[in-house]
Design a binder for this molecule. Structure first.
Ligand code: ZN
Length: 279
C-alpha cells in the first residue's frame, strides 16, 4: 500500500490499520488544506501504525502545510483509537461535534465544537460542516463546495457495509434522511473512512437509499407472513439473500429497520416479538 496518497491539491489520504468491521481492515485519515491543515480521523490504536501516522503528519510542514487540529467524524472505536496519543504527540486540539465529545473519554480536552453549517477555513479552502446523524449521533461530514469534495466518514463506504446499530444510538430513518441530504449537496468526489475515494457520490448515495428500501420491504414481508416472530426468526427471512454467517451482524441492522417501522406506526413490539401494523 502506497501512503500517503495525494488526491488533489491540499487533499491527502493516509489509510491506517484499525479494529474495524470486516472485510474492511483500515480507516482512512485525510489531511485537508494547502497551508493550514486539519487531520481527519485519529483512528489507529496500534503502536506501529501510530508511528507511521505521526511520521506522515510531521512531514507536512516540509511542504508548507501546518497541522492545526485533529478532527473526528464520530465516536466509533475504529475512528478514535489514536485520539489520545496522536493529539498529545502533535500538541493538536480536537475538533468534533458535541454529541461526539460526549461519547469520548472525558480526559480528552475538547477543542472546537463543530456545528451544522459551520465553516472550517483552511487557507483559501472553505469546508462546510454538515451534521449528519443516523449512523452516530455526532457524525459530521465536510463539504468543499468549490471543488465538490465531500468527506463522508461512515455515511457510505467503498469497502464493506455501514452498520446502523440502534444499541449504539443509530437511527435508520435519520440516517436515510441524511443520505438524501448528502445527495442534494451535488458533490463530485466523496472521501469515505473505509475504501477508495468515490468518484460518483450521487450514484452511491442513491444505491444505499435503494438498498435500505429493498431491505425494509423484505422486513415488512417477513413480519406479515410471520406475525409475532422474534429477531432471530425474522433475520433468516428478511436476509435470505445473504449467507447465514453474516446473520448475527444482519440482526443488528434488522433491529434498526424494526425500530424505524415502530416509530412510523408500521410495526409493534411486545417483549421480543414483532407484528406488522398493516399500513
Ligand atoms: Zn462508524
Amino acid at each position: 500500500m502506497i501512503r500517503p496518497r495525494r488526491l488533489a491539491s491540499g487533499v491527502e489520504l493516509f489509510p491506517a490499520q484499525t479494529p474495524t468491521l470486516p472485510p474492511a481492515t483500515h480507516t482512512n485519515s485525510y489531511a485537508l488544506g494547502k497551508t493550514d491543515v486539519v487531520l481527519v480521523e485519529p483512528a489507529t490504536p496500534y503502536e506501529d501504525e501510530q508511528r507511521a501516522w505521526l511520521q506522515w503528519a510531521r512531514s507536512l510542514p516540509s511542504q508548507g502545510r501546518r497541522p492545526i487540529a485533529i478532527l473526528l467524524t464520530h465516536h466509533h472505536v475504529d475512528h478514535v483509537g489514536g485520539t489520545d496519543v496522536l493529539s498529545r504527540e502533535l500538541s493538536l486540539p480536537l475538533w468534533a461535534h458535541a454529541e461526539t465529545f460526549a461519547r469520548l473519554d472525558p480526559s480528552f480536552v475538547r477543542g472546537r465544537e463543530l456545528r451544522d453549517g459551520d465553516t472550517v477555513v483552511l487557507g483559501d479552502d472553505r469546508w462546510e460542516v454538515m451534521h449528519t446523524p443516523g449512523h452516530a449521533p455526532g457524525h459530521v461530514c465536510l463539504l468543499n463546495a468549490e471543488t465538490g469534495t465531500l468527506v463522508v466518514g461512515d455515511m457510505v463506504a467503498s469497502v464493506g457495509t455501514i452498520l446502523i446499530a440502534t444499541a449504539d444510538h443509530g437511527d435508520m430513518g435519520v440516517y436515510l434522511e441524511q443520505l438524501e441530504r448528502l445527495n442534494l449537496a451535488k458533490s463530485r468526489l466523496a472521501l469515505p473512512a473505509h475504501g477508495d475515494p468515490i468518484d460518483d457520490p450521487s450514484a452511491t448515495f442513491l444505491r444505499y437509499i435503494q438498498h435500505r428500501g429493498m431491505r425494509e420491504q423484505k422486513v415488512v414481508s417477513a413480519l406479515q407472513s410471520h406475525p409475532g416472530a422474534t429477531v432471530s426468526e425474522l433475520v433468516s427471512r428478511a436476509y435470505d439473500d445473504t449467507p447465514a454467517h453474516i446473520w448475527p451482524i444482519a440482526a443488528i441492522s434488522l433491529e434498526a429497520h424494526l425500530a424505524k417501522l415502530i416509530k412510523e406506526g408500521r410495526a409493534r413490539v411486545d417483549g421480543e416479538r414483532y407484528w406488522s401494523m398493516n399500513k
